[in-house]
Design a binder for this molecule. Structure first.
Ligand SMILES: C[S@@+](CC[C@H](N)C(=O)[O-])C[C@H]1O[C@@H](n2cnc3c(N)ncnc32)[C@H](O)[C@@H]1O
Length: 279
């Protein structure tokens, strides 16, 4: 039992448990007791927006006849969307040199198709970084069919990604030549990502816990900084499903604090947080 803090609303153990059970079932995100303050601060806005006077009323609302309408807003409020252009820069150098350049050479005389999935794309910085590398390496002419699917559970971040507009500070440290090639001029403190890279990406809402409509096969999957919130069983199932969607020998990039040890043997480590499908 945690001592109640002096806060505007009371978040009882029972309400916290209901909310965390709902989030876990729907998203795979595990909200331990340590996340209690986070749950409070993220959801207090929802209580105010709905003019509810307690978390107990919020839980009743979630379970009531109009609850379905709130599910998306609850999930959007709970997810942590921290990201950045060329975050974990070694992945993008590897993608260019060890994945895309060899694929372009190998497929020049065959099927000129390349598919990449950014599976927890957040506000779009990750898929745009991939797209800038792809646009730089894969010829624009010659019938290449190269596409990126960018998905996330959170509908707000998907809308942000689709718009392709960012604060000028977000691109300040973007490596050259990507910045000068693919970022438009600053206007009122905002920049627009160039249409040539935007055209490569399809943004869609997708929950990694649900069925996936796409058939693949993908050459590369980015699944970075999302499974940290999942428990082991969910990680095992998820990476097994990702192996199924990848080409044999396809590539998987995961987040800097993650690894697949004891999770799956369908991938072999190739470099720092870089894996290749082996079965
Ligand atoms: C910390 S961000 C990582 C963004 C990016 N991959 C990166 O590494 O910079 C984690 C993202 O995972 C998303 N997410 C959490 N649970 C998810 C789920 N079950 N299905 C799909 N996306 C999920 C969140 O909405 C959030 O945008």
């Amino acid at each position: 039992m945690q001592a109640a803090k002096q806060t505007e609303f009371t978040l009882s153990d029972s309400d916290f448990n209901k909310i965390s059970a709902f989030v876990r079932t729907r998203t795979g995100i595990v909200l331990s007791e340590r996340k209690r303050d986070l749950v409070y601060s993220r959801l207090v806005r929802r209580l105010r927006a709905l003019r509810l006077d307690s978390f107990a009323a919020y839980c009743d609302y979630l379970e009531g006849p109009d609850g379905d309408q709130e599910h998306g807003s609850l999930i959007n409020a709970i997810t942590t969307n921290l990201t950045g252009f060329f975050r974990e820069a070694h992945h993008f150098e590897h993608l260019a040199e060890n994945v895309l350049k060899p694929l372009v050479r190998e497929r020049a005389n065959g099927q000129r198709r390349i598919r990449i999935w950014s599976s927890a794309a957040s506000t779009g910085e990750e898929p745009y970084s991939i797209a800038m590398v792809l646009r730089s390496v894969v010829p624009e002419t010659g019938g290449w069919d190269a596409k990126i699917l960018a998905t996330d559970i959170d509908t707000d971040v998907i809308a942000h990604g689709k718009a392709g507009r960012y604060g000028a500070d977000a691109v300040e440290r973007m490596p050259e030549p990507y910045r000068s090639r693919y970022v438009g001029p600053e206007q009122g403190g905002r920049v627009q990502i160039d249409q040539r890279v935007r055209n490569l990406i399809t943004f869609k809402q997708l929950n990694l816990m649900d069925d996936w409509p796409m058939r693949g096969p993908f050459d590369v999957i980015f699944c970075r900084n999302v499974v940290i919130y999942f428990d082991k069983q969910e990680k095992c199932v998820l990476f097994d499903r990702m192996a199924e969607l990848l080409q044999p020998n396809g590539w998987l990039y995961i987040g800097h604090s993650e690894n697949l040890l004891g999770i799956t043997d369908r991938f072999q480590l190739q470099g720092r947080t870089i894996y290749r499908r082996v079965s």
